[in-house]
Ligand binder design. Structure first.
Ligand code: TXA
Ligand code: MG
Length: 363
């Protein structure tokens, strides 16, 4: 089918993908965050195929992906009109966020219009929507002229794919799955999710590279963390599958180490570990582990820039997972909102990691 490695797909391939979506099939496509597994958001059978392919519980809601038609220049896009078939009670603040960050790695949760299928919202009264910035995603959505639901194109609980080859290896048994190849994803972790459905407060449901600080700087809108003062419990805990403690997990055990404490982390595993991969900040000098002559430690250099770190995180985890290490150690990310997205993904990956990660992840 379509896994040639050119970053841009020909219009014939896009046409084929659009046709596949119209016929109720699945198409994997690149976004700037991670690859998505797409289906027509108005076709219940197509949506069900996503849950089956991923092994995801059907009450976990999906994100609807939209694009503005090409005739618009970015500043002129009438997002309110484009959102009207999907959203009810669109607030001024929500529209401000849309205008400031779309297309881009920000998903917003709105009160849903009655036409939105229950199959995609997990029966909730809200709908999550984003407009991806990747040129292939935009082209696909424009040609399709409708909403496309797309979870990350991985099996439930596993690391999200950031290349077409990753998608292929997640769904090896789906031989006829169409995969649009857009090269490596630039952002590398899933979009930031902000819940705007309560009307008065913006609530961060999933951290990503767009931070509350950046949102405040661009729009003056304060985004609250779940659990922060004045937010009712009912409001604060919608179903977010990425919010399970275990998620995004490799099958090799993964742990974090505090600054300078690699040996402490190793000593927690007295009965292993002959082969250990240790990620080390590029800003730090090499590790000295003479105390452990029996351990074969290899250093993997990781960026101390949060954006670069995010863009490589899943690639690094996948590659290490394939190399048969006994243990993978990553440095704890530093404090600060720009690290919240990767800290969140790393913590969940640690919790769900190890050979039995499937059962952890779905618990
Ligand atoms: O970057 C991304 O967002 C990627 C790309 C492909 O767009 N998509 C993605 O989808 O990460 P997925 O399904 O892996 O994660 C979507 C998250 C889930 O945690 C889901 O629970 C949450 O969005 N979500 C969807 N609809 C929601 C809703 N109505 N209320 C609260 N959370 C919702
Ligand atoms: Mg996912």
């Amino acid at each position: 089918m379509s896994t040639d490695s050119t970053p841009l797909q020909s219009s014939a391939v896009i046409n084929e993908a659009v046709q596949t979506l119209r016929e109720g099939g699945l198409v994997a496509f690149p976004t700037e965050t991670v690859y998505g597994l797409g289906a027509d958001a108005q076709n219940p059978e197509a949506i069900n195929k996503i849950f089956t392919a991923k092994g995801r519980p059907s009450n976990h809601p999906l994100i609807v992906h939209l694009a503005a038609p090409e005739k618009f220049d970015a500043p002129q896009v009438d997002w309110a009109a484009l959102l009207s078939p999907w959203v009810r009670d669109l607030s001024e603040e929500a529209l401000q966020l849309v205008n400031a960050f779309w297309p881009g790695p920000l998903t917003l949760v709105f009160k849903k219009d009655k036409r939105v299928l229950n199959e995609l919202t997990g029966g909730q009264d809200t709908v999550a929507i984003r407009a991806p910035a990747h040129p292939i995603a935009k082209e696909l959505l424009r040609q399709f002229k409708g909403g496309v639901v797309a979870p990350s194109a991985n099996r439930f609980g596993k690391v999200s794919p950031t290349s077409a080859a990753d998608v292929r290896s997640e769904f090896e048994d789906l031989l006829d799955l169409m995969i649009l190849d857009g090269g490596d994803c630039e952002v590398g972790i899933e979009s930031t999710i902000v819940d705007m459905s309560s009307g008065d407060k913006a609530i961060l449901l999933r951290p990503g590279v767009i931070t509350p600080k950046e949102i405040f700087a661009k729009t003056g809108i304060s985004v609250y963390q779940v659990g922060e003062a004045e937010i009712g419990v009912a409001n604060a805990v919608p179903r977010v599958s990425g919010s399970l403690r275990a998620h995004y997990a490799p099958t090799t055990p993964l742990r974090l180490y505090a600054p300078g404490r690699v040996l402490d982390a190793l000593s927690e595993f007295p009965d292993i570990k002959s082969r250990v991969a240790v990620a080390v900040w590029d800003s730090e000098s090499s590790l000295v582990l003479e105390d452990h002559p029996s351990i074969d430690v290899e250093e993997i250099i990781v960026s101390s820039d949060s954006m670069l770190f995010a863009s490589r995180l899943y690639r690094t985890l996948r590659d290490l997972d394939e190399q048969a290490w006994d243990l993978i150690l990553f440095p704890e990310p530093p404090a600060g909102q720009e690290w919240d997205g990767v800290r969140d993904r790393l913590q969940r990956a640690c919790f769900g990691s190890g050979p039995s990660s499937n059962s952890h992840a779905s618990s």
